[in-house]
Ligand binder design. Structure first.
Ligand SMILES: Nc1ncnc2c1ncn2[C@@H]1O[C@H](COP(=O)(O)OP(=O)(O)OP(=O)(O)O)[C@@H](O)[C@H]1O
Ligand SMILES: [Mg+2]
Length: 216
């Protein structure tokens, strides 16, 4: 199962989601490998922090290679292959999209992020040009870094806008702006490892369970 986490805009939470989702899947006993196709190599760095700190299980992360499509397809079907890819590497993004079973798109609650998501669909269309409709990966977007103040409406507006984008389904489980997600990357631990009872952990569990209901 190949899951690509992508978006055109920087800072939307791709690496945070890949890292936490990979560890969540491993916690559920699933075999996982990750690919970091971003030249910033955030995911490679955080996996190294985790290894240096001696936290188990380690996370296996590969850098991009020329044989990306073969690499992604090399893993048996039961392995969860998670791919972190940003706009800095559009070629790799298209190859990953073409190979993927599903695409998860984190969208911060703002109009520019909604526009970027619409533009991202042009890239998907381009990547999938000439493919059969049934070969299209499932595409799902969700609001990440949602505002925790109830009075702020941007997350609702962003979800409404996502629902209007053809070809994308909304994941109704938001991840809110929580400091623990920042610490997660710097400390090399998943949010649910740092705190079993935090709101972020509860929200992340719901989010991951929505994507992989068979593991909930
Ligand atoms: N739900 C959240 N709550 C709080 N902070 C978050 C959340 N999601 C992401 N962040 C923080 O936002 C910053 C950007 O996140 P991240 O690096 O995961 O985004 P990205 O899409 O991978 O960015 P880039 O495009 O630069 O690779 C990081 O400091 C991360 O810790
Ligand atoms: Mg990143």
């Amino acid at each position: 199962m190949i899951t690509v986490i992508a978006n055109l805009k920087g800072g939307s939470g791709k690496s945070t989601v890949v890292f936490n989702l990979a560890l969540w899947l491993q916690m559920k006993g699933q075999p996982v490998v990750a690919y970091d196709l971003d030249p910033q190599q955030t995911l490679l760095d955080v996996a190294e922090v985790r290894r240096d700190e001696g936290y188990a299980p380690a996370l296996q992360v590969y850098p991009p290679r020329n044989s990306l499509v073969e690499d992604l397809n090399y893993h048996p079907d039961n392995v969860h292959v998670l791919v972190d890819v940003g706009a800095a590497n559009i070629d790799a993004m298209k190859q990953a999209i073409k190979t993927s079973d599903q695409i998860i798109i984190p969208v911060p609650p703002s109009q520019p992020d909604v526009w970027a998501t619409q533009r991202f669909m042009d890239i998907v269309e381009d990547a999938m040009h000439g493919q059969q409709l049934e070969q299209l990966p499932e595409m799902r977007a969700f609001v990440n870094r949602a505002d925790t103040h109830r009075a702020v409406r941007e997350s609702d507006d962003t979800e409404d806008a996502i629902k209007q984008i053809p070809g994308i389904n909304l994941i109704p489980e938001r991840l809110y702006q929580r400091t623990i997600f920042r610490r997660s990357l710097s400390e090399g631990m998943a949010v649910f490892e740092m705190s079993k009872r935090s709101k972020a952990t509860e929200e992340f569990n719901k989010f991951a369970s929505f994507i992989f209901p068979e593991l909930a």
